[in-house]
Design a protein around this ligand. Structure first.
Ligand code: ASP
Ligand code: MG
Length: 405
C-alpha cells in the first residue's frame, strides 16, 4: 500500500475556505496514493476560538493552578475539534473518513505532560481503517501513555505526529501544509525576494528550523531523517511544488542542489553576549561559570572558551539573572544585549574555500561588525547587533545571490 501522510497546520484549517482548499489536496492525494492519513493541528491562531493559544488564554487568569495533566486534557481538545470538523467536510463530499485521537491512533508517549516524547507507535487501528478505504484523520500534537493518560507533545508537535506516523506506516511521503510556498531562502518579511527552495537536505532544514524559520519542527525532521522518509513542505493555498526535504543522495536531480554552496540564511534575535575575562587568580573560571549557568537552568549558546576567558550568549530575558550570578561569584561580566545570530546555511559549504571571506566582506561593506563567529559542516554563524540584522541579512542574501537560482 502506497501511503501518504498529509499534515495541515492551524492556518490551513482556520476558515471554511482554507478547509476547502485542504480538502482539494486530500482529494488529489487519494487519486495518487493507495491510502491517505491526515494529521491536523488545532484551527487557527491565537484569538481564533479553538486555537491552542486561545485554549490556554481561557485559563490564563487562574495562573498556574491547572496541573499539567489536566492542562493536556484542555489542549488536546483543539485538535479533536479540528479533526471532527474536517471529517464532516469529507463525509459531506462523500469521502469515507474517520477520526482517531493520538492515543487511538496508537501513539504511545512517556508521561511528561506538556512535552511528552513518543515512545512507540502501534498503527494497527489506522491500518485497519485504511484497508477499508477510509481517510484516517489523526489529531496531531497528542498521544497517550500506557495507562491511557492523554499527553501533548510540546508546541508545534503536530509536525512530530505526522513524521512519527509516516515512519510507523512506512509512508511514501509526508506532506506538511502551511501558509507559505515551502522553505524560503530567508525570512520573506525581511527579504522580499526570498525564493522558495525546490529541495533541501534534512540537515539544512534542521538548521533553519533551529534558527527562526518555524516552518517545521526540528524533531519531525529528525524522525523523518531517521526513517528516510521524504518530507514535502508546501502551501495549502496553492498547487505550487513546495520544498522537498530529503537525503541528498536519494534523488539524482538533487545532486545539483547539493552542489550549491549556500542554501539559505536564517536568524534569531533577542540574545545577550556575555563576556567573562580571566585574571591570573581565577584558574577555575571556565568550570565555575558554566556550572553556575547550568545550576541556574540558563541555557548558553555560541560558546567560546579560551585562555583569556569565556564568551557566550544567553536569551536577553535571562541576561540580568546571569549577570547577578556571575557577580556573586566575584566576576565582572561584560554584557552586550540586543544581539542577533545570523546563520549562513549550506550542505555544500564544508571544505569550500572562500565562504567566510564572502561573509566577512559582505558585512564589512556595510560596516557591520561581527562580534563572534562559529562554524559547523553545514553552517557558519555570526553574532551581530540586532539593529544591523536586516541590513546583514540583505547583504548576505545578495552576496550569495540566493534569489537568483
Ligand atoms: N496546536 C499545537 C500548537 O499550536 C500543535 C501544532 O500546531 O503543531 O502548538
Ligand atoms: Mg507548526
Amino acid at each position: 500500500m502506497r501511503i501518504i501522510v498529509q499534515k495541515f497546520g492551524g492556518t490551513s484549517l482556520s476558515t471554511k475556505q482554507a478547509r476547502n482548499q485542504a480538502v482539494q489536496h486530500i482529494k488529489r492525494a487519494r487519486q495518487e496514493y493507495d491510502a491517505v492519513v491526515v494529521v491536523v493541528s488545532a484551527m487557527g491562531r491565537n484569538g481564533d476560538p479553538y486555537a491552542t493559544d486561545s485554549l490556554l488564554q481561557i485559563i490564563h487568569e487562574n495562573g498556574d493552578s491547572l496541573p499539567s495533566r489536566e492542562r493536556d486534557l484542555l489542549l488536546s481538545c483543539g485538535e479533536i475539534i479540528s479533526a471532527a470538523v474536517l471529517c464532516s467536510i469529507l463525509r459531506a463530499e462523500g469521502i469515507p473518513s474517520t477520526v482517531l485521537t493520538g492515543g487511538q491512533a496508537g501513539i504511545r508517549t512517556d508521561a511528561r505532560f506538556g512535552d511528552a516524547r513518543i515512545m512507540k507507535v502501534i498503527p494497527a487501528r489506522i491500518t485497519a481503517s485504511l484497508k477499508c478505504g477510509e481517510v484516517v484523520i489523526v489529531t496531531g500534537f497528542q498521544g497517550s501513555t500506557a495507562d491511557g493518560e492523554i499527553t501533548t507533545l510540546g508546541r508545534g508537535g503536530s509536525d512530530t505526529t505526522a513524521a512519527a506516523l509516516g515512519a510507523a506506516l512506512q509512508a511514501s511521503l509526508v506532506e506538511i501544509y502551511t501558509d507559505v510556498d515551502g522553505i524560503l531562502t530567508a525570512d520573506p518579511r525581511i527579504i522580499q525576494d526570498a525564493r522558495p527552495l525546490p529541495a533541501i537536505s534534512y540537515h539544512e532544514v534542521c538548521q533553519m528550523a533551529n534558527y527562526g524559520a518555524k516552518v517545521i519542527h526540528p524533531r519531525a525532521v529528525e524522525i523523518a531523517m531517521h526513517a528516510r522518509i521524504p518530507l514535502r513542505i508546501r502551501s495549502t493555498f496553492s498547487f505550487s511544488e513546495g520544498t522537498w526535504v530529503m537525503d541528498p543522495a536519494l534523488l539524482p536531480q538533487y545532486e545539483r542542489v547539493s552542489d550549491r554552496h549556500v542554501t539559505a540564511i536564517a536568524h534569531t534575535q533577542g540574545l545577550t553576549q556575555v563576556q567573562v575575562s580571566a585574571e591570573s587568580h581565577q584558574p577555575d573560571l571556565q568550570v565555575q561559570v558554566f556550572q553556575a549557568m547550568a545550576k541556574a537552568g540558563i541555557s548558553v549558546d555560541f560558546i567560546n572558551v579560551n585562555p583569556s576567558g569565556v564568551v557566550y550568549t544567553v536569551r536577553d530575558s535571562e541576561a540580568l539573572r546571569a549577570k547577578t550570578i556571575l557577580e556573586e561569584l566575584g566576576y565582572a561580566p561584560e554584557l552586550n544585549p540586543g544581539c542577533a545570530k545570523v546563520a549562513v546555511i549550506g550542505g555544500g559549504i564544508n571544505g569550500v574555500p572562500g565562504i567566510m571571506s564572502k561573509i566577512v566582506s559582505a558585512l564589512a561593506a556595510h560596516h557591520i561588525s561581527i562580534l563572534q563567529s562559529a562554524d559547523s559542516n553545514t553552517t557558519i554563524w555570526v553574532l551581530i547587533h540586532q539593529d544591523e540584522m536586516e541590513l546583514a541579512l540583505r547583504a548576505l542574501h545578495d552576496q550569495f545571490a540566493l534569489s537568483e537560482r
